[in-house]
Ligand binder design. Structure first.
Ligand SMILES: *[C@@H]1O[C@H](CO)[C@@H](O)[C@H](O)[C@H]1NC(C)=O
Ligand SMILES: *[C@@H]1O[C@H](CO)[C@@H](O)[C@H](O)[C@H]1NC(C)=O
Length: 370
């Protein structure tokens, strides 16, 4: 209850307020009922009309979505810690969700991991029985062979979470442009990754572990597994372009009206053609993350590109990877900060009643990008 809020406290950021509000949505009694779902949903900033409607219909699902977003943003930072683009700033803006100015691989990853987080959290809420709308039918099935006799319990967790996540997140993509196609594609990759990592888990029943009957259920993999899978897809994301390509701007106004009424882009195709078959247009795989424009270097600050720059970042002098000073500092070099830390150590107790300690000295070296 202590985390319940009735309105924005001075200086609080809207996105954080939203998370607090989502937390309240779970506790229906929060604020003595005066802070009902309708009010929560009306106040949450950055929701589209359809999202607001969903919010009013199922406040419990909205609470799970809030959990999913929080989890996704934390995991985004964890997966990319030490890289030039480390997810900082994602999810702490002034809107619901995240604003990625460019249609680059980082945006692709952000959309996918968010979609995966929401799918995962909704699925977990469904499995716990927190969502009234989620039907966990206990359909019993028998395995085909004798050794595979098992009873089926629990829910089709992944499928439910994915459906609900799609309804909620895809509702943001109102435009029918290439960027919307890209976001929808990457949202789907995120949902798919969570569903693909659902595993069957079983427990044996029977006399002294004979396993005469097994109960099986579908269990979600821990979220970091899904996030890790998305990270490797981010590192080999595919460059795509709308197809058919956007027509050149018509010279006369009469032509433009006719063209505006037609959908510009129907799907995305890979930019890099196969060498052996340059005439063939290929679509990206459903498991690939896709982007429309390349990443900036992220070396210098550039607000328009969503880049914070790497000045003053901590780097690893011995690493040859992305967190190494070479790569992270973009060739500008680094400064070494030496610190001497003194602390009490090897303390002894003398009867009675005195404690004596030595002073230990620890030297630390950190490296900071110029
Ligand atoms: C992430 O990058 C930003 C800007 O480059 C930096 O301020 C921040 O400390 C970094 N976070 C971590 C955890 O390294
Ligand atoms: C720095 O990188 C090396 C080599 O990759 C690694 O063994 C070491 O643990 C890293 N140090 C820190 C402080 O992360």
């Amino acid at each position: 209850m202590s985390r319940c809020v009735r309105g924005a406290s001075p200086g609080s950021r809207p996105a954080l307020l939203l998370l607090a509000v989502l937390h309240c949505a779970r506790l229906v009694a929060c604020g003595g009922g005066s802070l009902g779902a309708a009010l929560v949903c009306a106040r949450a900033p950055g929701l589209t009309e359809r999202q607001r409607a969903m919010c009013r219909q199922s406040p419990a699902a909205i609470a799970a979505i809030g959990d999913g977003l929080r989890m996704a943003y934390a995991e985004c930072r964890a997966q990319l810690a030490g890289r030039r683009w480390n997810c900082s700033g994602v999810g702490d803006g002034h809107h619901f969700g995240h604003v990625m100015p460019l249609a680059n691989p980082e945006a692709a990853f952000t959309y996918a991991i968010t979609s995966a987080g929401v799918t995962h959290a909704l699925s977990a809420a469904c499995a716990r029985g927190d969502l009234p709308a989620c039907s966990c039918t206990t359909n019993r099935r028998r395995g085909s062979s004798v050794s595979e006799q098992w009873e089926w319990g629990g829910c089709a967790v992944g499928a439910f979470g994915a459906r609900m996540a799609r309804r909620f997140l895809d509702a943001r993509e109102l435009e029918r442009d290439a960027r919307a196609l890209m976001n929808l594609h990457n949202n789907r990759v995120g949902r798919k990754v969570v569903k693909e990592l659902v595993r069957r888990e079983c427990k044996c029943h029977g006399v002294s572990g004979s396993c005469a009957v097994r109960t099986c259920w579908r269990a979600l993999a821990p979220f970091p597994a899904a996030a890790g899978a998305l990270r490797s897809r981010y590192l080999r994301a595919k460059h795509v372009a709308p197809h058919p390509p956007r027509p050149p701007r018509p010279a006369r106004a009469s032509a433009s009206t006719a063209q505006r009424n037609q959908p510009h882009h129907t799907h995305l195709v890979l930019v890099r053609r196969q060498k052996s078959n340059p005439g063939v247009v290929r679509v990206p795989r459903k498991s690939d993350l896709v982007y429309l424009e390349p990443s900036p270097s992220y070396c210098e600050r550039d607000d328009a590109a969503g880049s914070l720059g790497t000045h003053a970042r901590l780097c690893n002098r011995t690493s040859r990877g992305d967190d190494g000073c070479e790569s992270l500092c973009c060739g500008r070099g680094y400064s070494t900060v030496r610190r001497v830390l003194e602390s009490k150590c090897r303390c002894r107790f003398h009867w009675c009643c005195r404690v004596s300690c030595d002073t230990c000295v620890a030297r630390t070296e950190t490296h900071v990008c110029n």
